[in-house]
Design a protein around this ligand. Structure first.
Ligand code: C2E
Ligand code: CA
Ligand code: CA
Length: 700
C-alpha cells in the first residue's frame, strides 16, 4: 500500500517533467534521479544503441552519490542488453550476468524506450550493486517511467505537442493510480477522465469539488502546490494537484489529479506520535514537553493565571536497574508513567524527559490542585511498586517551579525545576522542594559546605580540630574537666563553626566519622592529661543522635574508647535532650549499654526539649547540663531562677550532678554557686580553646 502510494507520488513528479522546457538529457537525468530515489538502487543509466557499431553507450548516468550529466561512452561492444520489446529483470547469474558485472552490478533491469517508428533507440538501465528482487509494483513503476520518458523524447524529437497519441496518454494516466481529470480551459468542459476518476466515488467527489473551486477562481487561477481535500463521506484525505498543460491539439488544459493520502497522513501522524512520545512509557517526550510548556506558560502569563512544573527524578533507579535488571527498570518506568498519568490534574501533561526523569505540568485549570498533586505523587512513591514478579521501593525527589512567578521561558523553567529537584535530593531525597530564587545563595553555600565536608572526612578528618572548654567545680573553684568541641578549619571555605556544619553532617551521616574522630582525639587527650596532671580529670564528648542510633553503637564506641587506653570513668558522653524523648525505650537500652562500658552519660541542653522530669528519673543520667538559655537572664528573671532551683533539687533527688552552661559573668557564677549547682561551664572561665592552650591555662 505504502509502496504504491510512494510510486504514485514519484510518477506525479515524473509526469510534471512532461512540460519541462530543458533538453531531453537534462530532464532524463532528473528522472533517473527520481527513479533511483524511489527504487534505492546503486545506479541508473540511460544507454543508447549505437546502430553503426552495434553496441551501447551510456548517455546518462546517475549514481547514488555522484551525478554525471555528461554522456559517458562505454566501449564494450557486447552490452547487448535486451530483446527489443521486453522488460526484464535479471540477476548476475542469469543470461546477462557478464554484462551486469561489467557495469559493477549484481542485478538490473533494462527497459526499452521506443521512439518514432517503434524502434528502441535507448534503454533505461537500473542496476544495483547488491542482489535484490524487484517487486511487481516496482516493475510497473519502471514501465510507467519508460512510457513517460518515451513521450518526452518523442516531444523533443517532434518538438510539437507533448503527447503523441491518445493511446499512450491513456496508458500513462490510467496506470498512475490517482484520479485524473483533464479540464478544457477554453470550453469549460472535462476532456478526459481516467478509470479512477470515473469509477471511484470518493475520487469523483473530490475531483468535482476541486474543479468547482478552480472555476470559482478568477481566470481559473490554479494553486501551485497540491491542495488537501477531505472527503467526509469516506473519511479519506486527498492531495489534489493542478497542472496546466498543452493538450495534443495545442489546447490549454488543466490536469487535475487526486491522490489518496490517508495512509500517508496516518503514517505522518504516527511519526508525529513517535516524534512526540516516549516509546517505553507512552508518555510524551522532552520535545513535546518543551512545546507544551511554551504554549501553556505564555498563555498563563497572558491570562494572569498560575501554573507549575514538577521535575521528578527517581532516587534509587540505578540500584533497581543494576540489581534487578533492565526488565525491571523498564517495568518500573512504565508503572511510574501510568501512575503519574492517573493522578488527578496531571492527565496528558506528563512527560518522560529521559532516563528516570519525568516532568509534569500543572496547568492553570489545575493549579488549585497543586498541593494535592504533590501529596499524591509523594504518597505513590512511598508505596512499593509491583514489578513483574516482585515488589520494590523506589522513592523520588521532586523540584517544583511556578510560572510565571519563577519565569516563563521554557528552558529556564525546566532548569530551575531541575535545580529544585537537586535541592530535594540534598535535603535527603523522597521529598519535594519549591524553587527559590537563590539571590541569598544560601543553598549554594550549603552545597559547597557539603562537598568540602565530604572531602575533609575522606581525608581522615585532618581539617577538623578539637577544642576544649573548662568545666569548673563551684565548691572548689577548680577545673575538674572539660567539654570537647569540634572545629572545622576548611581549606576551601575557611573556619566553619559547629553550629553550621554539625546539623548538615548529621543529615549527611558524616557525623559518624567526624564523631569517631572527636571521640578518639578526646579520649587520647584525656588519657594524656590523666597521666600527666590529674588521674580524675574528665573529658566530655558530644554524641549526636545520628551516632547514637547507629547499629552496634555500644560496641563501636567501646572499641574506640578501649583502643585509646583511657579510663572510661573519665569520659562523659553528652546526649541531647531532644533525642532522649523521641525514642525512649531504644535510648534507654543504649544508655544502659554505654554505662556498662564505664563511661558517664550527661543529658545535654536540658530545658530546650520536652522531657518531663519523670523521664529524667527513668533514664539514670550521671549529669544534667542546663542549657545556657536558662541562665542568660537568671539575675533578673524570677522564673528562670525558680526553674534552675527546681532542677538543682531534682538532680540531687535522683543522684545526678548538675552542670550549668553559658555562665558569662561573675554574678551569674556566684548565684549558681549559692544555688548549689555542682559545676559551671562558660565564657566567664574560658571559651573553648586548643588543647595546648587549655593545658597551659587549666592543668599546669
Ligand atoms: P553544646 O554541646 O551545647 O556546646 C556548648 C556550646 O556553647 C559551645 O558552642 C560553646 O562554645 C558554647 N558556649 C559555652 N559557654 C558559653 C558562653 O558562656 N556563652 C556563649 N554564648 N556560648 C557558650 P560550640 O562550640 O559552637 O558548639 C555548638 C554546638 O555544636 C554544641 O552545643 C554541640 O551541640 C555541637 N557540637 C560541638 N562539637 C561537637 C562534637 O564534637 N560532636 C557533636 N555531635 N556535636 C558537637
Ligand atoms: Ca554539649
Ligand atoms: Ca549544651
Amino acid at each position: 500500500m505504502l509502496a504504491n502510494l510512494q510510486s504514485k507520488n514519484h510518477i506525479m513528479k515524473i509526469i510534471q517533467c512532461l512540460e519541462d522546457e530543458r533538453t531531453f538529457y537534462e530532464i532524463a537525468a532528473d528522472i533517473l534521479k527520481y527513479v533511483e530515489e524511489y527504487l534505492n538502487t546503486s545506479h541508473a543509466y540511460i544507454v543508447q544503441r549505437d546502430l553503426e557499431k552495434e553496441n551501447y553507450r551510456i548517455v546518462i548516468r546517475y549514481d547514488r552519490d555522484d551525478r554525471h550529466q555528461d554522456a559517458k561512452i562505454i566501449d564494450e561492444q557486447k552490452l547487448q542488453l535486451c530483446g527489443e520489446q521486453m522488460v526484464y529483470a535479471e540477476n548476475s547469474r542469469g543470461t546477462y550476468g557478464e554484462e551486469l558485472h561489467l557495469l559493477g552490478a549484481e542485478c538490473g533491469i533494462g527497459i526499452p524506450v521506443y521512439i518514432k517508428n517503434g524502434q528502441a533507440v535507448m534503454h533505461i538501465l537500473i542496476l544495483d550493486a547488491e542482489e535484490r528482487n524487484f517487486s511487481d509494483e516496482e516493475l510497473e513503476y519502471i514501465a510507467n517511467v519508460s512510457l513517460i520518458m518515451q513521450d518526452i523524447a518523442q516531444k523533443k524529437v517532434s518538438s510539437r505537442s507533448m503527447i503523441s497519441t491518445n493511446g499512450i496518454l491513456k496508458a500513462i494516466l490510467t496506470n498512475i493510480g490517482s484520479g485524473i481529470l483533464v479540464f478544457d480551459m477554453e470550453q469549460n468542459t472535462v476532456l478526459f477522465k481516467n478509470t479512477i476518476a470515473e469509477t471511484s466515488e470518493e475520487n469523483i467527489r473530490v475531483l468535482s469539488d476541486a474543479m468547482k473551486s478552480m472555476m470559482e477562481e478568477k481566470e481559473h487561477l490554479i494553486p501551485k502546490r497540491p491542495v488537501e481535500f477531505f472527503d467526509a463521506e469516506s473519511g479519506l484525505w486527498f492531495d489534489v494537484a493542478f497542472s496546466k498543460l498543452s493538450w495534443i491539439d495545442g489546447r490549454d488544459v488543466v490536469l487535475i489529479s487526486s491522490n489518496d493520502t490517508t495512509l500517508k497522513k496516518k503514517n505522518s501522524t504516527r511519526s508525529a506520535f513517535q516524534a512526540q512520545n516516549d516509546f517505553l512509557t507512552g508518555l510524551y517526550n522532552r520535545m513535546k514537553c518543551e512545546m507544551d510548556l511554551k504554549k501553556i506558560a505564555e498563555q498563563t502569563q497572558k491570562n494572569g493565571q498560575k501554573g507549575a512544573v514538577l521535575f521528578i527524578d527517581m532516587d534509587n533507579f540505578k540500584t533497581i536497574n543494576d540489581s534487578l535488571g533492565h526488565d525491571y527498570g523498564d517495568a518500573l518506568l512504565k508503572e511510574i508513567g501510568v501512575t503519574l498519568q492517573g493522578i488527578v490534574g496531571l492527565r496528558n501533561h506528563c512527560y518522560r524527559m529521559g532516563g528516570d526523569e519525568f516532568i509534569a505540568i500543572v496547568t492553570p485549570e489545575n493549579y488549585d490542585l497543586l498541593n494535592k498533586i504533590l501529596t499524591n505523587i509523594t504518597t505513590y512513591f512511598n508505596r512499593p511498586w509491583y514489578l513483574i514478579d516482585s515488589e520494590c521501593y523506589c522513592t523520588m525527589s521532586m523540584g517544583v517551579v511556578l510560572f510565571p512567578e519563577n519565569g516563563t521561558d521554557v528552558n529556564s523553567l525546566i532548569k530551575k525545576a531541575d535545580i529544585a529537584m537537586y535541592e530535594a535530593k540534598h535535603y535527603g531525597k523522597n521529598r519535594y522542594v519549591f524553587y527559590r530564587d537563590q539571590k541569598d545563595d544560601a543553598s549554594y553555600r550549603r552545597l559547597a559546605v557539603e562537598s568540602s565536608m565530604r572531602q575533609a572526612v575522606e581525608a581522615s578528618c585532618e581539617e577538623f580540630v578539637v577544642f576544649y572548654q573548662p568545666i569548673v567545680n563551684t565548691q572548689t573553684n577548680r577545673c575538674v574537666g572539660c567539654e570537647s568541641l569540634v572545629r572545622w578549619n576548611s581549606k576551601a571555605l575557611g573556619f566553619i563553626g559547629p553550629g553550621e556544619f554539625i546539623p548538615l553532617a548529621e543529615y549527611l551521616g558524616l557525623i559518624v566519622e567526624i564523631g569517631d574522630f572527636v571521640l578518639e582525639t578526646a579520649c587520647r587527650q584525656c588519657k594524656e592529661w590523666n597521666e600527666r596532671y590529674n588521674p580524675d580529670f574528665s573529658v566530655n564528648v558530644n554524641l549526636s543522635v545520628v551516632q547514637l542510633l547507629q547499629q552496634n553503637v555500644v560496641k563501636h564506641i567501646s572499641e574506640i574508647i578501649f583502643s585509646t587506653g583511657v579510663n572510661p570513668k573519665n569520659i562523659t558522653l553528652e546526649i541531647t535532650e531532644n533525642l532522649a524523648i523521641n525514642d525512649m525505650e531504644r535510648v534507654m537500652k543504649i544508655i544502659d549499654g554505654l554505662k556498662k562500658i564505664g563511661v558517664k552519660i550527661a543529658l545535654d541542653d536540658f530545658g530546650t526539649g520536652y522531657s518531663s522530669l519523670n523521664y529524667i528519673k527513668q533514664l539514670d543520667f550521671d549529669i544534667i547540663k542546663v542549657d545556657k538559655s536558662f541562665v542568660d537572664d537568671i539575675l533578673t528573671d524570677d522564673y528562670e531562677k525558680a526553674f534552675v532551683k527546681l532542677i538543682v533539687d531534682l538532680s540531687q533527688q535522683i543522684g545526678a550532678k548538675l552542670c550549668v552552661e553559658g555562665i558569662e559573668t561573675r554574678e551569674q557564677y556566684e548565684l549558681l554557686k549559692e544555688m548549689k549547682a555542682d559545676s559551671i561551664q562558660g565564657y566567664f572561665f574560658s571559651k573553648p580553646v586548643p588543647a595546648q592552650e587549655f593545658e597551659q591555662k587549666f592543668l599546669r
